[in-house]
Write a new protein. Structure first.
Length: 544
C-alpha cells in the first residue's frame, strides 16, 4: 500500500537543512555542493520511489508521481533543482533505470521551475538522458521489465517534444550568445536535431505496431492479434500512441498540416479513442488537429473538433481545478481553442452547442468576434498570434549568419499565410449580412450598398459590379470545403458547402435561399425527458 508518510511529512527545519543561499546562482551552486544536506524525507521518498519502479507497482507510482513529487517540489525545491545525480545515485545503489527516470524528472523540473531556464549544458545533458532512455526501451530484444503510469508516459513524450521546441527557439536567438556558445552549438549540431526527434517518435510507433492495432480496432477486430510481442506490452503500446500525438504536434510546429493529420489516419479524431484516456493528451490532440484543419481551410471540421473538446473540458473542469504538472498548459490551450473557434466562426458561420456559444458571448471573445466580423485585420492577427503554436524552422540559422533573433521568422511566415487567406475573405461578412435581408436582390443594388459601406470618393458602379461578381464567386468558393464524414480518416471527407446561405445569379439578379435549419427544441426536450425517465427506472430497480 502507498506509504502515507510522504503525504504528511513535517517541513519543519527545511530552511536550516537546505535553504542557505546568497542570491548569486554561481555561488549558490558551489555552496550547495559543499554544504548540501539532503532532507530525510526526500531520501526516504527517493528510495521508496526506486523500489516502486523496480517492483512495477503502477498504482503506487501513479501517486508518487502525480501527488508526492509535486508536493515535495513545492516544499523543498520550489526555486532550485532537485538533488544532483551523484547524491541520488549513491542513495539508490546506482540503479541505472531509476537514475535515467530520475534525471528526466530532474531536467523537467529545471525547465519548469528554475528562473532563467536551463543552461546550455543542462539542455545537452537532458537530450543525452533521453537518448539513454529511448535506447534502453528500443534496443532491447524483448520488452523491458518496466511499467509506468500512462500519465507519466504521456508527459514524458510531450516533454521530449517541448524540450526540442525550446532548444530550437533558443538556438535561433543568436543576438545574445557569446562566441564560445556559438562554437559549442555548431560543434554539436546533432543534439536536438529535428531528424533525431522524428526518428525517436517513429521508432516508438513502429516498435509498438500501434498503427496496425488502431487499424484493426477501427474495423472491429482484436488489436492484440497484430500487436506483436512489444505491442502487447502496455509500456510500448502507450508510448507508441503518445508518439503519434507527438508527431502531430511536431508536424504542426513545422507547418506541415497535411502530414500532421496524416499521422492520425487510423484514429477517428472526432471520436474518443480507447487509448486517449489521459485528459491532457486528449486536449492537446484536439488543439493541434483543429488548428491543422483551420490552416487547411477545413473550417467545419475545425469547428467540430474545437466544439467537441471544449464541451468535454466544460463537463470535466473539476478534473483540472487542482494543481497538476500540466494544469496551466491545459488552461492555456483551452483559452487558445476558444480564440481559434471564434476565428473559424467568423470566417465560416454555423450553429454550435449553446453552452459553447454562451461562453463566446459572455467573455471578451464577443468583442473580438465583433471586430473581426467588421473586417478588423489587426484583431484577426492578434487572435492568431495568441492562439497558434510556437512555430519552428526545421533548420537552425547558418554559422555565418548575422547575430539576430531568428526565432520569430517561422511564426511571421505562418501569420502571413493566414492573413493572406483572411484578406481574401475580408468583404464576405458584409456581403453575407446584406444577402440575409433579401430573397432577391439586383446585382447593381448590392454593388451600391457595398460602395456606400466603403467610405470615400464616389466609385464607378460598373467596375464595382464587376468586382462584386468576383467577391460573390469568392463567397461560393470559400464556403465550400472538404468536410469529414463518419468512418473516414481525418484527411478524407466530402466536398460540400457549409454556408447557411445559398444563392445564384440570373440576369444580374441575385436569388437567395436561406438553408439554415431551425433548432427543433421539441425533439431536444423529448429526448431529455425520455433519458430522465430511463434513469428513474434504473434507480427504482436498484432500490428494489
Amino acid at each position: 500500500m502507498y506509504n502515507e508518510e510522504f503525504e504528511n511529512y513535517d517541513t519543519y527545519n527545511v530552511d536550516q537543512e537546505y535553504m542557505g543561499h546568497t542570491g548569486d546562482p554561481a555561488l549558490d551552486s558551489e555552496y550547495n555542493k559543499q554544504m548540501y544536506k539532503m532532507p530525510e524525507v526526500v531520501k526516504k521518498y527517493l528510495m521508496y520511489f526506486r523500489n516502486a519502479v523496480n517492483e512495477g507497482l503502477v498504482f503506487e507510482l501513479q501517486t508518487l508521481y502525480e501527488v508526492t513529487w509535486p508536493k515535495i517540489s513545492d516544499d523543498f525545491f520550489e526555486k532550485r533543482p532537485w538533488p544532483e545525480e551523484a547524491d541520488v545515485s549513491a542513495l539508490v545503489d546506482n540503479d541505472m533505470v531509476f537514475m535515467i527516470l530520475y534525471k528526466e524528472l530532474y531536467y523537467r523540473h529545471i525547465y519548469a521551475r528554475i528562473q532563467g531556464g536551463p543552461t546550455l549544458e543542462q539542455r545537452f545533458n537532458s537530450f543525452f538522458n533521453y537518448c539513454d532512455l529511448f535506447n534502453y526501451i528500443l534496443s532491447a530484444e524483448e520488452p523491458v521489465p518496466l511499467e509506468l503510469p500512462d500519465m507519466w508516459l504521456w508527459e514524458l513524450v510531450d516533454e521530449f517534444v517541448y524540450q526540442f521546441q525550446s532548444f530550437a527557439q533558443y538556438r535561433a536567438r543568436l543576438q545574445k550568445k557569446s562566441d564560445a556558445e556559438l562554437e559549442t552549438l555548431n560543434a554539436h549540431n546533432k543534439v536536438w536535431n529535428v531528424l533525431c526527434v522524428l526518428n525517436v517518435l517513429h521508432s516508438l510507433v513502429d516498435k509498438s505496431n500501434i498503427k496496425q492495432q488502431l487499424e484493426v480496432f477501427a474495423n472491429g477486430g482484436d488489436p492484440d492479434s497484430v500487436a506483436g510481442e512489444f505491442g502487447r506490452h502496455s509500456l510500448y503500446k502507450m508510448l507508441g500512441y503518445f508518439s503519434l500525438v507527438g508527431l502531430l504536434r511536431l508536424h504542426s510546429l513545422l507547418g506541415d498540416y497535411y502530414q500532421a493529420i496524416k499521422v492520425l489516419e487510423n484514429i477517428e479524431v472526432h471520436k474518443k479513442s480507447r487509448y486517449a484516456h489521459v485528459p491532457a493528451c486528449q486536449i492537446s490532440t484536439s488543439y493541434y488537429v483543429g488548428f491543422a484543419y483551420m490552416m487547411m481551410r477545413r473550417y467545419s471540421d475545425a469547428i467540430r473538433t474545437f466544439s467537441s473538446i471544449l464541451l468535454y473540458v466544460q463537463r470535466t473542469k473539476q478534473l483540472f481545478s487542482t494543481k497538476s504538472y500540466q494544469h496551466d498548459q491545459i488552461n492555456k490551450q483551452t483559452d487558445q481553442m476558444y480564440h481559434l473557434l471564434a476565428i473559424c466562426l467568423v470566417l465560416h458561420p454555423q450553429c454550435i452547442d449553446e453552452s459553447i456559444q454562451q461562453t463566446l458571448r459572455d467573455k471578451s471573445y464577443h468583442e473580438k468576434m465583433y471586430k473581426m466580423q467588421y473586417g478588423d485585420l489587426q484583431e484577426f492577427e492578434n487572435c492568431f498570434i495568441f492562439a497558434c503554436p510556437k512555430f519552428l524552422s526545421p533548420c537552425p540559422p547558418a554559422v555565418d549568419t548575422a547575430p539576430e533573433d531568428y526565432s520569430k521568422e517561422a511564426i511571421r511566415y505562418q501569420t502571413q499565410v493566414f492573413m493572406d487567406e483572411v484578406q481574401q475573405q475580408k468583404c464576405l461578412p458584409t456581403i453575407r449580412s446584406y444577402l440575409k435581408l433579401y430573397t432577391t436582390l439586383p446585382l447593381i443594388k448590392l454593388a451600391t450598398f457595398m460602395s456606400q459601406n466603403q467610405r470615400g470618393v464616389e466609385k464607378d458602379l460598373d467596375k464595382e459590379t464587376q468586382l462584386l461578381t468576383i467577391h460573390l464567386l469568392c463567397f461560393k468558393h470559400k464556403m465550400k470545403n472538404v468536410v469529414w464524414s463518419k468512418g473516414a480518416s481525418g484527411l478524407e471527407g466530402k466536398f460540400q458547402s457549409g454556408s447557411e446561405l445559398d444563392f445564384y445569379i440570373d440576369n444580374d439578379m441575385i436569388h437567395i435561399a436561406d438553408t439554415k435549419v431551425a433548432h427543433r427544441y421539441g425533439d431536444f426536450f423529448i429526448r431529455k425527458i425520455l433519458k430522465f425517465e430511463d434513469l428513474n427506472r434504473k434507480l427504482h430497480h436498484l432500490k428494489l
